[in-house]
Structure formats: C-alpha cells, structure tokens
Design a protein around this ligand. Structure first.
Ligand SMILES: *Cc1c(COP(=O)(O)O)cnc(C)c1O
Length: 374
C-alpha cells in the first residue's frame, strides 16, 4: 500500500500526460512555452483570481511574494508554528524575522487569538515592525480567514496565503489561493495538485503585482527586454514540461479528485469516530485532504500505533515531529515551549494515514481494521 499513490493516478491519465510531454519535446519550447500560459489561465480561473504566475516551486512562490512587498530586516512576519519549514524560512532568507504563532488543536491551523497576542507582543516590544501574516492552509483545510483577515486589517498587515497544502479547498465556495493579498501554492508531487518534479504558482488580483512577479521570476527583467534588468530577481519559472503534465491533472482534480478525497475522508471518519480524534473541518469549509490526520492519546500510543500499522504493511507519517520554534535553525530565537502548548501536543499525538483520490474502500477498511484492533 502507498501513502499517496501517484502511480494509480498516472495510469488513469497516461494517454493525455504522455501526449502532453511529447508535444513539449516536439515543440522544443522548454522555457515558458504555451502550456505554461494555458495552465496559468486555467489555475487563475479555477481559484477565481485575476492572475496566476507559474514559478519553480512553492518555496520560491512565497519568497517572490515577500519580495513584492520589500520584506526585509526589521520586519515581523507572522506565521504558524506547526507547518512545513518554508512558511517561515522564506522570511529568514530575506532577513526578516518570522514570528511563530501557536495553532488551534482542532484544525491544526494558526490560532487567531494567538496571532493577535503575538502581534501585540511585538508592538509592545517595539523592536520589529509587524508587516504581514502568512496563514497556512494545513493538511488541506483553509486557515480561519473569517477571523484572521479582520485581525490583519486591524493592524495593517498584508496577508500572504500559503496554499501549498490547501489547493482545492474552499470556504463557502470561495477557493483556497483567493484569500491572501497574494496567495501561493506548490506542485510538489505529493501535494493535492502535484506535478512530476518541482513547481509552484503565485496568485493575485493586482495588475502591477502580476507584472512585477513575471519580472522577478526572471532576474527582474523589463517586460520588453530580457537584458534590461530593473531590479534584483530570481530564476524561478514553472517548466513547460511540468505545465503540460499539470494540465490533464488539473482537469481530473477539478472533475472528480476533490470529491474522491472527500469521500475517502468520510470512510475514515465513519469508521474511526469515537475511538480516535478524527479531523475537524469547520462548518462551510471544504478540505482538499493533503493529509488525513488523527490524534492519539499520547506519544507512546501514537508511536505504538504507527509501528503496528507498519508491521501490517501500512505506511503512515508524523506531520510534523517538531514545531518550527524547536528547529535547530531557530534556536537563536530562544522560543519557549510555553508559548506553543498546542503545537507541542500536536507533535506528540498526530498521525497521518494513507490519503489520495485513488484509495479504495477495501483499503480504508483494512487500515481501520488494524487501527481499531487494539
Ligand atoms: C510544500 C510546502 C511548501 C513549499 O513547497 P515546495 O514546492 O516544496 O517548495 C510551502 N509551504 C507549505 C505549507 C508546504 O507544505
């Protein structure tokens, strides 16, 4: 059994994916070929935004967004403590200071109350300037934008939505990657919409930001002359090959995969509810189920359950074994566990189960059989 079965999806889409790859090779337009533009247009339409800019990966997407606002030394960038490293690391690369925020244990997403407390603490300290907040749509569920957006507005912070895991999710019909002033996603193979290598995208409704992003992903070039460099940029474009692979994958994603993963999540929850803490999806929210994550009683039980699954040939993962405040790279910030009680609990008790749109009900039965047989 696979944790995320990418091959089953390839088998289902093989003729279109193979034809797309061959067409790119035949065209020799490997950099910013037609499929990139076509994909950008479809992605923008799908999430309901004016512009989408394809970039090399989800990390660069975050960094480019931060560069748009000139984030740098002295700036405070608020993000979740319980996420993939890039949500914070990209601020550090630019010399800004990530300010880590504890989570809500029910959703694993940034706690709006903890966010406001951290903003007030930074303001009271008077050393850093609060500039922006990066909510993360963790495990597929949108962050609590109903509460986070008003807090950002109250303190004059820009919002950068890290939708790397949440792509395909929504709140009352409004799609992930439409909530931030700028939003980003990743097409890393195991993400909800993945390609066959690295890839990412940035979304905005602002025409000027769109123009600058297209410049910044290509060494800060002018729109008309590639050897006229106007500002310091990166080399970060989405490969034409990856765009060609993503086009049929996006169609399947929209047509049925989001429904399919939600059906799989339903099967799990039906069977596990009562015996385990199953994931909470807020009313009106739809998850794209990047992960299906349960909470066990404590670390000892979690580790035992993971071992038992493994003995039965069932892969599972601990996302994440430590909070960002516990990372060696951030030891210099000297952040106490006391500030992050929910992150600590999550790191000790979470377990993510196999999850993908091609998972069969019999497989869910087998996984749950092992889990329930304690
Ligand atoms: C994967 C991920 C990223 C980075 O994406 P890459 O394409 O791997 O660079 C950023 N944020 C979150 C929350 C992620 O899960």
């Amino acid at each position: 059994m696979q944790f995320r079965d990418l091959h089953a999806q390839y088998e289902a889409l093989k003729p279109e994916i193979d034809a797309g790859i061959q067409a790119v090779i035949d065209s020799s337009a490997f950099i910013l070929g037609k499929p990139v533009t076509e994909l950008e247009n479809r992605l923008a339409e799908y999430v309901g935004r004016k512009h989408c800019v394809g970039v090399a990966n989800g990390t660069d997407a975050l960094q480019l967004a931060l560069m748009i606002w000139g984030i740098g030394p002295g700036d405070a960038v608020f993000t979740s403590d319980f996420t993939y490293f890039a949500s914070a690391g990209t601020s550090s690369i630019l010399g800004a200071t990530p300010v880590l925020v504890d989570i809500d244990l029910a959703t694993f997403n940034m706690s709006p109350d903890a966010l406001e407390a951290q903003i007030q603490r930074v303001l009271a300290e008077g050393i850093l300037t609060p500039r922006m907040v990066i909510p993360v749509d963790l495990f597929g569920q949108p962050a609590d934008y109903d509460r986070i957006l008003p807090i950002a507005e109250k303190y004059g912070l820009k919002v950068l939505e890290d939708g790397a895991q949440g792509f395909g999710g929504s709140i009352r019909g409004k799609m992930v990657c439409s909530f931030g002033d700028i939003s980003t996603t990743s097409f890393f193979p195991a993400k909800p919409l993945g390609c066959y290598g690295d890839g990412g995208a940035v979304f905005t409704d602002d025409d000027d930001v769109d123009v600058r992003l297209r410049s910044l992903r290509a060494q800060g070039k002018s729109p008309v002359d590639k050897y006229d460099n106007r500002e310091i940029g990166m080399n970060s474009r989405l490969d034409t090959l990856q765009a060609a692979i993503l086009l049929p994958k996006l169609r399947a994603f929209v047509e049925h995969e989001i429904d399919d993963v939600n059906r799989v999540a339903g099967w799990y929850t039906e069977r596990l509810r009562g015996r385990f803490t199953t994931p909470t999806v807020l009313p009106g929210f739809v998850s794209s189920w990047a992960q299906y994550t349960i909470l066990l009683e404590n670390k000892t039980v979690r580790d035992e359950v993971q071992k038992k699954l493994k003995e039965n040939g069932i892969p599972s993962m601990v996302y994440y074994p430590r909070g960002l405040h516990q990372q060696e790279a951030y030891r210099w910030m000297n952040l106490s566990d006391v500030l992050y009680p929910n992150t600590i609990v999550a790191t000790q008790r979470v377990l993510s189960l196999p999850m993908h749109p091609y998972l069969k009900e019999e497989e869910v039965d087998r996984i749950c059989g092992v889990l329930l047989d304690q």
